[in-house]
Design a protein around this ligand. Structure first.
Ligand code: PMP
Length: 360
């Protein structure tokens, strides 16, 4: 029996993808070897590599003047790579500090160059976001960086700022491929794979050609977007297993109506949980301002830590895993990534209703 997996990442993957991987693991399509045993320069792997890039372009509507790159080091390496590549002397990296992950991106950028915090959610305890229209990057800005979804705090941008000539850079680790948006509003997007894209081990970077071309020469090769772009993410050995699995996740997504199709489902899943929170105001509470509640990571509290513990144990007994909030904030968190079925969200909503009726 597969359990309903609400972990924040690594997180649930489509069972169809896991079954296919199992099926092919020792002998890929009668080739007599596994995809993870072949050279990353073999035609067998190359087909998967190329198709995966094409699927990203197709599913996200990525224009031809952007490259899709596969880089190791997690989204965490991008906290440093972005300023290393884009933050030139005399310019400023502008950031929206929306929570823990934005905070980490900012700390790393400060080790590289000059940083300006354009908006800070500190006063609200990082439960709100700025009006995108109000954000005006300075003339000296090299880029404006935001975190489209704060995985720990559960706040999610619903619309993005228009930054004109200043490249907009986004950490989309926890909501990429979950909803439609216009890639052309961004100069660079990065996302660790282990939430909506596939297994851990690769970070997807979507970068406009002019930004990739401008990487400084005095960086080690692996840290330069230009090298990854010129070599089509084959400068060195890419994380082949992760890319191979991603290929299957993207095919799975395409067969389900693509990003627009999954967005409808994600909206229903999130509404199932938030409606229980709002319907039981004396028992459940969401710290997040309603207009920016995340559809990917629903954070909520119960009346006491004891009840939270009991609820999480009850859920576990009923086959629902990973509902403990992040250790920095406590409480509960239900991650509802693309591969979590609607039935999973409904089962959790039912349990929440029953638990509130019993204990409230
Ligand atoms: N950004 C966000 C929004 C995240 O949720 C995470 C991981 N949970 C990271 C960055 C860091 O990703 P990684 O562990 O892949 O370095």
């Amino acid at each position: 029996m597969r359990k309903y997996n609400f972990y924040a990442g690594p997180s649930t993957l489509p069972v169809e993808v896991l079954e296919e991987l199992k099926e092919e693991i020792a002998d890929y399509h009668g080739e007599g070897l596994s995809m993870i045993e072949t050279s990353h320069r073999s035609p067998m792997y190359d087909r998967v590599h190329e198709e995966t890039i094409e699927l990203f372009h197709e599913l996200m509507g990525i224009p031809v003047n952007y490259k899709v790159l596969f880089i190791g080091g997690g989204a965490t390496l991008q906290f440093g790579m972005v300023p290393m590549n884009l933050l030139k002397p005399g310019t400023v990296g502008e950031y929206v500090k929306s929570g823990s992950w934005a905070g980490k991106a900012i700390s790393d950028a400060r080790t590289i160059g000059q940083v300006r915090i354009l908006w800070d959610g500190k006063d609200s305890g990082y439960t709100a976001l700025p009006d995108p229209v109000s954000l005006k990057p300075g003339n000296d800005a090299a880029y404006l960086h935001l975190t489209s979804n704060e995985t720990i705090g559960g706040v999610q941008w619903k619309a993005f700022p228009k930054t004109g000539d200043i490249p907009l850079v986004a950490d989309m680790s926890s909501d990429i491929l979950s909803r439609t948006f216009d890639v052309r509003d961004f100069g660079l997007i990065y996302a660790g794979a282990q939430k909506n894209i596939g297994p851990a081990g690769v970070t997807v970077v979507i970068i406009r050609d002019d930004l990739a071309a401008a990487s400084p020469e005095n960086l080690p090769a692996y840290l330069r977007y230009k090298i990854h772009a010129e070599k089509n993410s084959l400068y060195n050995t890419p994380p082949v297993f992760a890319i191979y699995a991603i290929n299957k996740v993207l095919r799975w997504l395409k067969a389900r109506g693509g990003v627009a199709g999954i967005e409808k489902l994600n909206t229903q899943k999130a509404e199932a949980i938030y409606s229980v929170i709002d319907g039981n105001p004396g028992f459940y509470s969401s710290p997040v301002e309603k207009s920016v509640r995340s559809r990917m990571n629903v954070v909520f509290r119960l009346p006491s830590e004891e009840l939270e513990k009991e609820f999480i144990t009850r859920a576990k007994d009923k086959g629902m895993l990973g509902l403990k909030g992040h250790r920095d904030v406590g409480g509960c968190r239900a991650s509802l990534y693309n591969a979590l079925p609607l039935e999973g969200a409904r089962a959790l909503a039912d349990l929440m209703k029953d638990f509130a009726a019993e204990k409230g």
